[in-house]
Write a protein that binds this ligand. Structure first.
Ligand code: 3HC
Length: 305
């Protein structure tokens, strides 16, 4: 028997590449009203413009009707920085997709736990940070982790990890914190399925399954480039594309965001204390130079708007 997700309104936090994609598939595929919030008004405008382009393209390619696109777009409303998180007060679930910083996520989840209804699901799209740590920050002030209120609030936190580009990639990785309740897990899974995604589950280990395997791959490609000098950028990427049928080479995959790749690799290194995960110095220097990849136009490649 399939379980109903029961989400009548969704909040999405962060309108970057991931948040925008999550808002789009939720409105278009799961057909739920979405409140999209970002602390930057510019980022919200940029995100919505990109969403309009993606919907127009789907219509032009005959994948959806013009009415479907119009309905999906009408389901997305913006909650501006002046309103803040309290604008998400009435949602049944929120998916947080802000940058990979534990301190930022901790403060967001503490605020979400205070602002949202007790039954609302608090999902994070984190790529690697412990869901258990994030869930602990949802314990209301003045209550303990073992109190009924503490357990209930942390129990609604779950990892719902989408992949980039969200409208195209078919997977969602579902991660349970130690505290996550079975009901939260079931409803989050049902919601991902309603978004048209296949779901795999992973334990709450650094990087989960996906990034525990992918990031060392990208990190090794950086090491191949420098200091090893094994091959050029293009030869590294072409080897993996043509030799292994990967759609993108590992250095091209840095398009995800080299800052995000480094943050994940650091989480793997610190979370496992295993030297095999030590971030490549080249990757660190690229991020020092603020060469983040597609998101700001320069990484291992140059990207046009
Ligand atoms: N947003 C929305 N749609 C996009 C997009 C984006 N950012 N980038 C590409 N697409 C669409 C294209 O518009 C195109 O749509 P169309 O069929 O309507 O024309 C479709 O994807 C295919 O694109 P292209 O024909 O231009 O090029 P490709 O055939 O190379 O496909 C790709 C593009 C699907 C992105 C493919 O290169 C690919 O699968 N790359 C690997 C992606 C990947 O590994 N993602 C996972 C990253 S890891 C992650 O997200 C985890 C996180 O925690 C870090």
């Amino acid at each position: 028997m399939s379980i109903a997700h029961g989400i009548r309104t969704l909040g999405v936090l962060g309108s970057g590449q991931m948040g925008l994609g999550i808002a789009l598939v939720s409105a278009l595929r799961a057909k739920v009203p979405v409140l999209l919030h970002d602390r930057s008004a510019d980022q919200l405008t940029k995100g919505l413009t990109f969403m309009d382009r993606l919907l127009e393209k789907d219509v032009a390619k005959g994948r959806i009707s013009a009415d479907d696109a119009k309905d999906a777009r009408a389901r997305v409303s913006v909650v501006g920085p002046e309103v803040g998180l309290k604008g998400l007060r009435d949602v049944d679930m929120v998916v947080e997709a802000v940058s990979e910083s534990l301190s930022l996520k901790r403060s967001i989840f503490a605020s979400l736990a205070a602002e949202l209804r007790p039954g609302a699901i608090l999902a994070t799209n984190t790529s690697s940070i412990s869901i258990t740590k994030i869930a602990a920050s949802a314990i209301p002030e003045g209550t303990g982790a073992a109190s009924d209120a503490g357990k209930a609030s942390a129990g609604r936190v779950v990892g719902l990890h989408f992949f980039n580009p969200v409208p195209v990639m078919k997977l969602v990785e579902l991660i349970s914190a130690l505290q996550t309740t079975p009901d939260t897990l079931d409803r989050a899974r049902a919601f991902a399925v309603a978004c048209g995604k296949e779901v795999t589950t992973s334990k709450d280990v650094p990087g989960f399954v996906s990034n525990a395997l992918l990031m060392p791959f990208i990190n090794e490609a950086c090491l191949c480039l420098n200091p090893l000098g094994t091959a050029t950028r293009d030869d590294i990427d072409t080897t993996l594309k043509l030799g292994m049928n990967h759609p993108m080479g590992p250095l091209q995959l840095g398009a995800i965001g080299l800052d995000t790749c480094l943050a994940i690799q650091q989480t793997l290194y610190e979370g496992t204390r295993d030297s095999k995960y030590r971030p490549s110095v080249l990757l660190e220097r690229m991020v020092d130079a603020q060469w983040y990849g597609k998101k700001n136009g320069k990484g291992f490649y140059e990207y046009k708007e």
